[in-house]
Design a protein around this ligand. Structure first.
Ligand SMILES: Nc1ncnc2c1ncn2[C@@H]1O[C@H](COP(=O)(O)OP(=O)(O)OP(=O)(O)O)[C@@H](O)[C@H]1O
Length: 283
């Protein structure tokens, strides 16, 4: 069993429409079976309202299943005794770093989580040092978070989660509010955490390019998993992805258009020529 596993997960909520006087039960998650391998990097894609955030919140125990089960490190998230261990095992990073950063100084902010759970001062500083190093923010440790760029703030937020020593981090559109440079630096940081620290990553994103280097891509639509595979398998399904309201990475779109036009594949395009060569036969 993987580090995160869901079995027949269903989440229902009541939709209340005052104007239309409607009160109905709706399913945000509809029978999701997912098994995430320890140490892997999985990207979760899907258009707005497909259920990605609702799924993420289940993995962190912020939401509990209406039906079915979610295990994190073999703990059932429904089991009250384990809820804090679940949250320590699977840390969550949200879209807006401003909502996660509470300290006035970077290093204080990163130490806040461990301090809150009664870790010794010596151990807190050790974790702060390690976490800031892991996200490449050591040079900014004495600064006020207000003075940082969006990408830097998000890296501090990630360091705050890392200081809790999670085995898995779930990032819910962590780059949505960032400019292209900020996006790149945050994605680089996430990859580094996965590769060097062995942290399991679940990245929810709208940006296809961010999913290219994942080990696995899971596509959601209407609360269900509709595609699941390695990036090149998923991106080869250009028509299917488009039908689910998703764009494909530029490089795939280009390869697809060339193929449709019966044109040969030029070398060196967008620095992704290797991926294109692999993708083209699959299209
Ligand atoms: N408690 C709730 N009350 C009302 N609507 C809900 C509730 N929980 C989930 N939903 C609805 O369920 C659907 C799935 O929402 P969710 O936020 O998980 O989607 P998403 O894929 O993360 O979307 P986005 O990309 O816009 O963040 C949406 O239509 C959302 O409005």
């Amino acid at each position: 069993m993987g580090i995160v596993k869901t079995a027949r997960l269903i989440y229902e909520y009541i939709r209340h429409d005052e104007e239309e006087k409607i009160k109905e039960v709706k399913r945000a998650i509809d029978g999701v079976d997912l098994d995430i391998e320890d140490g892997s990097f999985t990207a979760i894609l899907g258009h707005n309202g497909s259920g990605k955030s609702t799924l993420a919140k289940h993995i962190n125990g912020l939401l509990l299943p209406t039906e079915g089960t979610v295990w994190v490190g073999e703990m059932d998230t429904k089991d009250d005794d384990h809820i804090w261990d679940v949250r320590k095992t699977a840390g969550m990073v949200f879209q807006n770093p401003d909502n996660q950063i509470i300290g006035n100084i970077v290093e204080e902010d990163v130490g806040f989580g461990p301090e809150n759970i009664g870790i010794s001062t010596e151990e807190i500083w050790k974790r702060v040092d390690e976490s800031l190093k892991a996200v490449g923010m050591t040079a900014y440790r004495k600064q006020s978070p207000n003075k940082l760029s969006g990408g830097q703030k998000q890296r501090v937020a990630i360091a705050g989660v890392m200081a809790m020593r999670p085995r898995c981090i779930i990032l819910d559109e962590p780059t949505a509010m960032l400019d292209p440079n900020g996006r790149k630096e945050v994605i680089r940081t996430i990859r580094q955490l996965n590769r060097s620290e062995g942290i399991t990553v679940l990245l929810i994103t709208h940006y296809m390019e961010e999913a290219i280097d994942a080990d696995r891509i899971v596509v959601m639509d209407d609360g269900r998993i509709v595609m699941d595979g390695r990036p090149k398998e998923i991106f080869a399904g250009v028509k299917e992805l488009k039908a689910y309201g998703l764009d494909v990475p530029q490089v795939t779109e280009l390869a697809f258009q060339l193929k449709e036009a019966g044109m040969p594949l030029p070398d060196g395009i967008l620095g992704r020529e290797e991926l294109m060569k692999e993708l083209l036969p699959l299209l």
